[in-house]
Ligand binder design. Structure first.
Ligand code: GSH
Length: 216
């Protein structure tokens, strides 16, 4: 039984949860309330020592190991269960390329922007938001262009590259100010396609934690 630490607002946790569902593996959520997260529990010395020195969720406990970093966890699970990793060496190389792009450019700026707009303790500064929107628009434009005329990020079937890139795209538009379904047609069609994966659910239905109204 896999144990996945996180909470429903965490798109990085959602990526791993979606993969466990698609692999039809049994798992339980270990809930870290967003109030603890907002208070910085994950940065305390004790938490870092006991759970993750990097001070982040998701954390997956499995096979006597405690793993972190959603991409590393997804590579482990897709390899172990022999699915969603790409059909050959070239596809697996492409999967890695998109996982790195996602972690550096696609998820990271968007997750930061959304956090500041929806959950930040103080009103975000317009210049900072403008910078983040510029970075997001660039990364989203790249994925939109890539998906025009193709069904999945790599090859002809879903892989962990899809599950990583989609991790923040099913949250309500008001949390980020981005309405992907309206602004990015190729991404919208791809997100619709991914809903057919086994066990697919929206983040607030798959992971524990109350939906909260965006703050700013
Ligand atoms: N690259 C990491 C990012 C993980 C991450 O940023 N997690 C957020 C929650 S979604 C977090 O725990 N942040 C804590 C902090 O920055 O203090 C991954 O994919 O797992």
């Amino acid at each position: 039984m896999y144990r996945l630490h996180g909470f429903s607002q965490s798109g990085n946790t959602y990526k791993v949860a979606l993969l466990l569902q698609a692999l039809e593996q049994p798992w339980v959520a270990v809930h870290m309330p967003i109030s603890d997260f907002a208070a910085g529990l994950q940065r305390s010395d004790e938490w870092r020592q006991d759970l993750n020195a990097m001070g982040e969720v998701p954390i997956l406990e499995a096979d006597g190991k405690r793993m972190t970093q959603s991409a590393a966890i997804m590579l482990y699970l897709s390899d172990k269960h022999g699915d969603f990793s790409g059909k050959n060496e070239d596809e697996r190389q492409e999967v890695l390329r998109w996982l790195f792009f996602d972690n550096h450019k696609f998820t990271s700026y968007f997750a930061t922007l959304r956090f500041m707009k929806a959950f930040g303790p103080t009103e975000p500064q317009p210049d900072v938001m403008k910078f983040l929107r510029g970075r997001v628009d660039n990364a989203y434009g790249i994925v939109e262009k890539h998906l025009a005329g193709r069904e999945y990020i790599v090859g002809g079937a879903p892989t962990i590259a899809d599950l990583s890139l989609c991790g923040y795209l099913y949250f309500p538009p008001e949390e980020s100010g981005y309405d992907v379904a309206k602004q990015y047609p190729a991404m919208a069609a791809w997100l619709q396609r991914l809903r057919n994966l086994p066990g697919w659910k929206l983040p607030y239905d798959l992971l524990p934690g109350e939906k909260i109204a965006p703050r700013w």
